[in-house]
Design a protein around this ligand. Structure first.
Ligand code: NAD
Length: 283
């Protein structure tokens, strides 16, 4: 079986590689090297954000790779401090100039911040609709949106988000939000897909890994892939960046899939903040 990353169709007609490379918590000084390594290995999808502080280095690595811009799918996200439409327009311009790109493949509202901005993430979303109309964001989506947030966009906005990027891993399978997505043609992107390493020594994961002759990280990432979600594990270790790319030359059977899904701890399994309460705005 060849290790080829599938392209998945988005609801706007564009496609996205199902496996990418995440750069959250990679220091700017280490980012270009890590992204460069990932592109050499074959990753063609990079997930960054204004709040990660490393957009410039992502752009630098894409240019240094020698690949055409059109061969690499680049996602960035709006800083929590800039939800007001005028601020969002300026922030989006800064993202493009940091990346030194004239478009991003995907631009997301990073967090809904329902307790900020008078609870108004709809005008922020409508501003992203402008970026898509003018071609500077090929696709637009949201991140950390809960079902009521998505329902509100459906009622008050024109464009259905192409993706919702949410925390998903075996300890937080996040089924309700995923189910809303699949019913409404919104793809789920699973962030912290290996729960920042926390699920890797779980006895069930270790057991499945031994059965299929793969590493725990590969088994967990493969579980996501077979559920149809998009993943972009993060690592700065070349061996792990390579390991996390080898997901398409083996499969998990239904029993293994089911055993992993049963590890769900619901809200107790969350590693990040609750999107209903998170209100962080960078200084
Ligand atoms: P992750 O689940 O990808 O785990 C990363 C950590 O796991 C690494 O720091 C490393 O220590 C370890 N690791 C990676 N590969 C390994 C391997 N093969 N073997 C053993 N250990 C390994 O966590 P993440 O970085 O939080 O999430 C991935 C990406 O998701 C981020 O880089 C970012 O792009 C995105 N993200 C988005 C949000 C959001 O709010 N939208 C939040 C967090 C993360």
């Amino acid at each position: 079986m060849a290790n080829t990353v599938p392209d998945i169709s988005l609801n706007d007609g564009n496609t996205i590689p199902q496996l990418g490379f995440g750069v959250y918590q990679i220091e700017p000084k280490d980012t270009a090297e890590a992204v460069g390594r990932a592109l050499e290995i074959g990753y063609r999808h990079i997930d960054t954000a204004e709040m990660y502080g490393n957009e410039a280095e992502v752009g630098e690595a894409v240019r240094a790779s020698g690949l055409d811009r059109g061969e690499v799918f680049v996602t960035s996200k709006l800083n929590n401090g800039f939800h007001r439409p005028q601020d969002a327009r300026r922030a989006f311009e800064s993202t493009l100039s940091a990346l030194k790109m004239d478009y991003v493949d995907l631009f997301l509202i990073h967090w809904p911040l329902p307790t900020r901005y008078d609870g108004d993430f709809v005008s922020t979303w409508k501003t992203l609709e402008e970026f898509q109309r003018d071609g500077r964001a090929r696709s637009i989506g949201v991140s950390n949106f809960q079902v009521p947030h998505l329902e509100r966009l459906a009622a008050e906005a024109d464009v259905v988000p192409a993706v919702n990027q949410i925390e998903v891993h075996p300890y937080l399978t996040n089924e309700q939000v995923r189910a809303y997505g699949s019913e409404h043609n919104i793809l789920t992107e699973a962030w912290s897909p290996i729960a920042q390493g926390r699920v890797l020594d779980d006895p069930t994961i270790v057991d499945v890994a031994e059965q299929v002759g793969r590493t725990p990280a590969q088994v967990v990432l493969r579980w996501h892939v077979q559920r149809g979600d998009i993943v972009f594990p993060k690592s700065t270790t070349p061996k792990r960046i390579e390991e996390n790319f080898q997901l398409f030359d083996f499969t998990l059977d239904d029993t293994a899939m089911e055993r992993i899904s049963r590890l769900d701890k619901g809200e107790a399994g969350r590693t990040g903040p609750s999107p209903d309460e998170f209100d962080y705005i960078p200084a």
